[in-house]
Design a protein around this ligand. Structure first.
Ligand code: AMP
Length: 428
């Protein structure tokens, strides 16, 4: 398995001038480690499997060589596209589909329209997407369900696909897209280049890898990139999370804080409670219309909105430049979702902060999250919100969640055990 080496510059990666020029405009000064490893392998035509989170620069890692290959093939091509697609990128969510397609269009600016890119995803009318697909497309970024709909209405055919990219493969499978994925894979030509990106490698992804990839180059980053992300965990009393959160938001005045909860209605409840405490927030979850989600995300990305409360729908793929802080108000159910959530912060070498608020009911689960992700974080307390030691100690002794004793009486306030190194918490 290849590991991170010091990245070359983009010219050394043999990218062509229209791409180099665009990268300079975008102020990408050097390739990220994943780009330094993936780009040459893709250009050499290899299948590839890469362990990469969003924030590592993985979109450009597959998009740049794909654009280059298609551009070069096109120069030798005189034929029409029909309703064919050459590069198919499968992604788990609508937001990611739009984001990946936007990035590709941006990287391709100096191809002057020679490479067509279309994004298709559910939740919006299929008609506009069908129109966009007329005459085929060089690159199609798609969520699996909508892609199958469009195939069954003959809007697109997959038998000329030259490159398949599975982005966030683990998420795709965990969202239950296995059947759709298999249907799509059956429609693809046998001879193609396949690139698979995944943050985690559960059994399902490993099986898929074995079925799909031929002698793949394996790229796994050492956790050097992760060092730009500071993870902290605060113990709080049950029922005090909202007060702690409001305190942190007011104290640090973060410009962009993404707060994760586990349910759609928890988003709304927490938003109401924060609003009553004078903090204006927006919510982002799967019950909102696509239009609403797009608007909220645009406001958050542009900095109009400081605090966004979201379900795990926002945990993958959404790229918000330099997000300074991510807060787990509710712990994610699965340890891998913890990694996806915190991956929203500390993007592409920026310093980020991931905070988790845990009360005694979360304590055991957080240990599981730590164990699975091979991390161990020091429990900290926030001044003014120290935990009730009687409950904490009972919890520690039992090493599992304990029921809060009835009529606990007066809280024993413990002195703050450690000075928070607030350097990471300050508004930058
Ligand atoms: P991704 O992991 O693909 O979601 O990318 C994360 C963020 O890093 C995006 O905002 C990209 O525009 C940015 N990015 C990707 N590659 C580079 C690079 N080589 N230099 C600077 N920023 C980059």
């Amino acid at each position: 398995m290849t590991t991170a080496t010091s990245p070359a510059n983009f010219t050394q990666l043999h990218l062509i001038q229209p791409l180099i020029a665009r990268l300079a405009e975008l102020e990408y000064q050097q390739p990220t480690p994943i780009q330094a490893q993936v780009i040459p392998s893709v250009l050499a035509g290899h299948d590839l499997i890469a362990g990469a989170n969003t924030g590592s620069g993985k979109t450009a890692a597959f998009a740049l060589p794909l654009l280059q290959q298609l551009f070069e093939q096109q120069s030798n091509n005189t034929g029409t596209r029909g309703n064919y697609v050459s590069g198919l990128i499968l992604v788990p969510t609508r937001e990611l589909a739009k984001q990946v397609a936007d990035s590709i269009k941006s990287y391709a600016v100096h191809f002057n329209g020679a490479i067509k890119t279309v994004a298709v995803f559910g939740g919006v009318s299929a008609n506009t997407q069908m129109l966009a697909l007329r005459g085929g497309t060089d690159i199609l970024v798609a969520t699996p369900g909508r892609l199958l709909d469009l195939i069954s209405s003959n809007a697109i055919k997959l038998d000329k696909v030259k490159t398949l990219v599975l982005d966030e493969a683990d998420r795709m499978l965990s969202l239950g897209f296995t059947e759709e994925l298999n249907e799509i894979l059956a429609l693809l030509p046998k001879h193609k280049q396949t690139l698979l990106f995944s943050a985690t490698f559960p059994e399902q992804v490993q099986e898929l890898t074995q079925e799909l990839l031929k002698n793949p180059v394996e790229v796994q980053l050492q956790s050097t990139e992760a060092s730009t992300l500071v993870q902290r965990v605060f113990t709080v009393n049950k029922g005090e999370k909202t007060a702690v959160l409001a305190h942190l938001i007011k104290q640090h005045q973060w410009r962009q804080a993404l707060i994760f909860v586990n349910a759609k209605n928890s988003c709304e409840h927490l938003a109401d409670k924060l609003y009553k405490r004078g903090i204006s927030v927006e919510v982002f979850h799967g019950d909102q219309s696509q239009g609403m989600r797009t608007r909220v995300l645009a406001d958050f990305k542009s900095g109009v909105l400081d605090v966004l409360i979201a379900t795990d729908i926002a945990a993958r793929g959404i790229d918000i430049d330099k997000l300074p802080v991510v807060i787990n108000f509710d712990l994610p159910r699965s340890p891998s979702d913890y990694m996806h959530r915190i991956g929203r912060s500390g993007r592409a070498g920026e310093v980020g902060l991931a905070l988790s608020l845990i009360d005694y009911e979360d304590y055991h689960h957080f240990k599981v999250i730590e164990k699975k992700n091979k991390i161990r974080l020091e429990r900290e307390e926030i001044e003014g919100f120290e935990v009730d030691t009687t409950i904490t100690e009972a919890m520690l002794a039992a090493n599992k969640p304990v029921a809060k004793p009835a009529g606990t009486g007066k809280k024993k306030r413990k002195k703050k055990t450690q000075e928070s190194s607030d350097v990471w918490l300050k508004k930058s």
